[in-house]
Structure formats: C-alpha cells, structure tokens
Design a protein around this ligand. Structure first.
Ligand code: UDP
Ligand code: MG
Length: 367
C-alpha cells in the first residue's frame, strides 16, 4: 500500500548512472555499500536493498569494474546500456529496472558530488509517508562561479516561463515505486526528469544536503551539453517562447499605426520624399503581420507538440473503496508475506491492516 505505512523496513534500490567513471566507481561503490549496510543495521531499510550501477555505454573500464564489484558484493548490481544515451535516459533505464525490485528508488550521480548521507534522511521521509523526496543543494560554493551563475539563470528563467521545477534540485531524489510507475507513463522522447517529476504530484518533501566537488574525473557536462539540456528543458515544458513571438507581432502592429500616422502627417505636410511613405508603411505593417502569423502558426505547433507527447492526464493518489481488495493488493500482501518470512518477522503486514482502504480522495490532475 502507498504511501509506505508498513512497520517493515522498505527495500531500496539506489540507481547510479555512470559514463566513463572508472576513476570514481570503486570509491562510490565502497561508500554506498557501507552506507546501505549501516541503514540495514539501523533497521531503516530492508536486508535486500541494493545499488544499481547503469553503464551508459562507456568505452573505458566502467563496465568491467561494475562486473567485478558485483562478483565481490551481491548488493552491487549492474545494468549495461547498449550505447551512450545521455544522463537522463540512463537514469530512466535504471529507475525502470529498479522499480521492479524495490519499494522506493533513489537516484544519485556517480561522482560523489552529492552527499550520500542524505540518503538516510530520504528514507526517513519516505517512511514518514512521502512518496517523492527531493534532494536540494544547500550551497553551491564548490561549483565554479560560471556553473553557479548559469544554473541560477536557468532556474529563474524556467520559473518565469511557468515550468514547475524545484530550485537547486538536480537528479538526486527518492521516488516511491508508485511514483516511478507513474513516471513510466510519460512517453516523451525529450526527457527532462526534473520537470516531469513535479508533474506527477503525490506527497513530496525536500531534504537539504551539501554539494561537494567531483571526487575524481571530469564533468561529463561540457558547456555544449549544458546548453542543450537547458534548451531541451525549456522547450519541452513551455510554449511561452511562442507566445512571446505572437506578442512581438502585436507590438509591431501597434507601432505600425503610430508610424503610419507619422508618415501620413509627413506626407501631407510635404516633408516626405516621394515613395517614402508607402515603403515605411509596408515595412512596419507587413512586418508586424508576419511576426504575428509566425506566432500563430507556432501556437498550433505547440499544441501538436503537446499532443504527440501523450502525457498521462492524471495519476490517482488514493481510491476510496471498502470491502474490496485489488489484485495488486493481494499480490502485495503475498509479497509482504514472503518478505517477512525472509526477514524472520512473524507478523504479516496484511493481517494488521483494516479491510477498508485508507480514506482519501481521487486525485485527477489534468494537464
Ligand atoms: N552521465 C551519464 N551519461 C552521459 C553523461 C553523464 O550517465 O552521457 C552520468 C555521469 O556518469 C554522472 C552523472 O551522469 O554520474 C552526472 O554527470 P556529471 O557529474 O559529469 O555532470 P555535472 O555534475 O558536472 O553536471
Ligand atoms: Mg557531477
């Protein structure tokens, strides 16, 4: 049942996209597995929680390292993509794989820039009932001034354009199994996960953490990729740039009236050269009409763009229904039975739950 209401520790899958990360991987694996051991010991997460390294088509020793890590420690799993598909796609591949085998998944970069200790708090919040937990950077003092500045502009611009993204949140977050299942319903090709996750809805919270320097290796996001990412983010979520074109067209049309008056007065008072009036009039008027028409065409293209993305129109958060158990729930009850056997627990989760589902409402967010 969602959100997590069980007393039993949830099974967590940590997804780590890796592209040419041979320098940091062994250290990342060591730190993450130590952390998971601690969390298991503290009874915060289930015994069988794991880390899933996603090799995003690296050409260096990244996959070889992942294989040997898996051999020595079964908690460390690997997923190899056939070619380099970019951070967002690699992350999605990992999330979709991990959700099959976890109650909640956490995504984190391989370079140890994000403080892994925040994972503990993520889990605490998940167990408190939140389905999406955003990691938010406390300060960016370790980023270069340039990166900080451009990121700042990007977040501001996005919010101006009406895109709902969490300030200073990268892709370090926890999502419940259900949230990831809902994410799977977004079939768009231009992936910008930071923009999509808030669209899902469900109860969410933020956890602050410190951002460090990259442990080793170089950023895989050069300026070119960063710009592409920003443009993707804006154009995938907002039609406002198109609206601006239309607005500019209207402004030019309004200006053309003023220019027309001026040109006519000049002509009548005999100050205009022959032919000047007609040229000035047509430049301003026709220019305005053209810009407006481009905006108008853009409006329709924007609509087509939204249509072809086929985003889901709503996600259900809770369903009020008494004396009835869905197949999912029966399955879940069965799972919890086997899970509790595994962990030597005597109490069955299903036995402690009332026959009536928790009171709630049917959330139908449509976009
Ligand atoms: N990454 C990936 N595929 C790519 C580029 C990057 O899987 O094509 C991974 C990379 O290994 C890292 C994460 O995405 O774990 C973020 O990349 P990076 O740290 O280089 O970006 P930055 O933190 O500099 O923005
Ligand atoms: Mg990084």
């Amino acid at each position: 049942m969602q959100p997590w209401t069980s007393e039993m520790p949830p099974m967590i899958g940590v997804v780590v996209p890796c592209y040419h990360e041979e320098e940091v991987l062994p250290e990342t694996a060591k730190r993450l597995s130590v952390l998971l051991e601690q969390l298991v010991e503290d009874k915060l997460i289930a015994m069988n929680s794991y880390v899933l390294f996603v090799d995003d088509g690296s050409k260096d020793r990244t996959w070889a390292i992942i294989e040997s890590l898996h051999e020595t420690n079964s908690r460390l799993r690997g997923l190899k993509l056939a070619r380099n598909t970019g951070h967002q796609n690699a992350l999605l591949a990992g999330l979709m794989t991990a959700k099959e085998d976890a109650d909640a998944v956490i995504s984190i970069d391989a370079d140890l820039q994000d403080d892994i200790e925040a994972i503990r708090e993520f889990v605490v919040q998940f167990r408190a009932g939140y389905e999406v937990v955003y990691g938010v950077r406390d300060d960016r003092s370790t980023d270069t001034r340039f990166k900080r500045g451009t990121a700042q502009i990007f977040y501001k611009l996005m919010s101006r354009l009406g895109v709902d993204i969490v300030y200073n949140h990268a892709d370090y977050r926890l999502m419940s199994k259900r949230a990831v299942e809902y994410l799977a319903e977004y079939t768009e090709v231009n992936l910008f996960l930071r923009g999509i996750v808030p669209l899902i809805g469900l109860s969410s919270t933020q956890v602050r953490y410190k951002r460090y320097e990259r442990f080793a290796g170089e950023s895989k996001y050069p300026l070119r990729k960063m710009l592409g990412f920003a443009i993707d983010g804006i154009t995938s979520f907002s039609v406002r740039p198109i609206r601006m074109v239309t607005a500019t067209g209207f402004i030019f049309l309004a200006l053309s009236i003023i220019v027309a008056l001026y040109a006519l007065i000049a002509k009548i008072s005999g100050q205009a050269f022959p032919g000047w009036t007609s040229i000035v009039l047509s430049i301003w008027f026709v220019g305005g009409v053209q810009i407006m028409c481009i905006g108008l065409v853009g409006e329709y293209i924007g609509k087509i763009y939204k249509e072809v993305k086929r985003r889901p129109k709503f996600h259900i958060e809770q369903l009020l229904r008494s004396g009835w158990m869905s197949e999912d729930r029966q399955e879940e009850a069965g799972q919890s039975e086997s899970a509790s056997q595994e962990q030597g627990a005597t109490e069955l989760r299903v036995a402690s739950e009332p026959a009536v589902e928790r009171v709630g409402s049917v959330g139908t967010r449509s976009r």
